[in-house]
Ligand binder design. Structure first.
Ligand code: GTA
Length: 329
């Protein structure tokens, strides 16, 4: 399929403008630059932007809130990394427009073939107010939560309002993303499903990101873990690392394997990231290395029940108000 794709691109590049105009007149849909301009071909057709929640010129992404068929939606647009295996096509198959030339320096606007100019697009629709807040750029505050704070403040809050984990159950029940599963241990006690995180487009290994979702449905987060869960955690580490080595050729020594606290989704899942990749949420204030968790539980079964844990909260997050109301901030 790959060589077929290349042939089409080369053919397109050699086509004269007159020949292209003739081909498009006979079949307007034959041009790869043609846009899908109806709702049936393009589910984003007619999207009405309400506000840009955040954007970053450095990360080359934009989080947009708006209406899609009268429903609230969040759309995340993200330019994808340039891949080494596409360089030949970029250099030989692009249109170039000179911006400026000075001595040995020159800059261009390069238009690569359309398939190398994609924008990774994530759609959340219908989006709840909580989704909109999650993606809005905001001040964050570091909270220190004791075990008692967890039970009296955090737990009642997350029980009353947290993101639905329906997407997680869909994965475990093979109702969604079944074809993306990289590995599954079906054991209902220590088993899990390993699959690419939806932030990873799987086109390059530099930003490798998979998640292991446990089959058990009774573990919300790090806080629920005790030494009884060690067989589950060591199983995920061992089999997760082995399957990533087998599928992607990435060794355990090139991975960071961690849990978020607080997570967005309260069904235990473990992140596997390329070591050198600065994934959103992998900083020290948010991520706990799986190997540290295992050692802490080996030393003290109640470690995560009793210890204080720190985590960042966004300014308008309800949980932050609860901590403020309790005089903890
Ligand atoms: N395969 O349907 C799904 C799915 N959903 C709904 C979420 N995930 C999914 N994966 C699959 N299919 O890594 C993934 C998420 C995330 C993990 C949940 O599950 O991509 P978490 O519970 O620890 O949540 O992990 P957390 O910490 O909030 O992670 P999340 O959602 O990645 O947000 C952290 C920050 O990352 C955000 O504040 C935002 O800055 C950034 N971010 C989120 N989504 C994107 C995106 N699509 N593109 C770029 N940046 C993003």
């Amino acid at each position: 399929a790959e060589s077929g794709k290349r042939e089409v691109d080369f053919a397109d590049r050699n086509e004269t403008d007159a020949a292209k105009a003739k081909r498009l007149k006979n079949d307007p849909n034959s041009d790869q630059d043609n846009h899908n301009n109806s709702a049936s071909e393009n589910p984003l057709f007619g999207f009405k932007t309400t506000t840009v929640l955040r954007d970053s010129a450095r990360e080359k992404n934009m989080f947009v809130h708006g209406k899609l068929n009268d429903q609230d939606a969040v759309i995340i647009l993200e330019k994808t990394p340039i891949r080494e295996d596409t360089l030949l096509e970029i250099f030989n198959g692009s249109r170039l427009k000179l911006d400026m030339r000075n001595d040995i320096y020159s800059t261009y606007q390069l238009q690569p073939p359309a398939h190398l100019n994609e924008i990774k697009t994530t759609v959340v629709c219908p989006a709840t107010e909580k989704h909109v807040k999650k993606y809005l750029r905001q001040e964050t505050y570091l909270v220190q939560e004791t075990g008692e704070d967890y039970r009296s403040i955090t737990l009642p809050y997350i029980q009353s309002q947290s993101f639905s984990v329906q997407w997680v159950y869909n994965i475990l029940e093979k109702k969604a993303e079944a074809e993306r599963i990289v590995y599954e241990d079906p054991d209902q006690d220590v088993g899990f499903v390993l699959l690419p995180d939806f932030k990873w487009d799987q086109k390059q290994l530099d930003d490798l990101h998979l998640i292991a979702i446990v089959h058990r449905r009774d573990i919300k987060s790090l806080r629920d873990l005790t030494a009884l869960h060690l067989p589950l955690l060591t199983n995920i580490r061992k089999l997760g690392e082995e399957s990533i080595l087998k599928r992607y050729g990435v060794a355990a020594s090139k991975l960071k394997v961690y849990l978020h606290y607080q997570p967005s989704y309260y069904h235990l899942h473990i992140h596997f990231n390329a070591l050198s990749y600065e994934a959103p949420g992998c900083g020290v204030e948010h991520a706990h290395l799986l190997s540290d968790i295992i050692q802490n539980l080996q030393a003290d079964s109640q470690y995560y029940h009793s210890r204080s844990l720190s985590f960042p909260l966004r300014a308008d997050e309800g949980l932050l108000s609860k901590f403020k109301d309790a005089g903890k901030l």
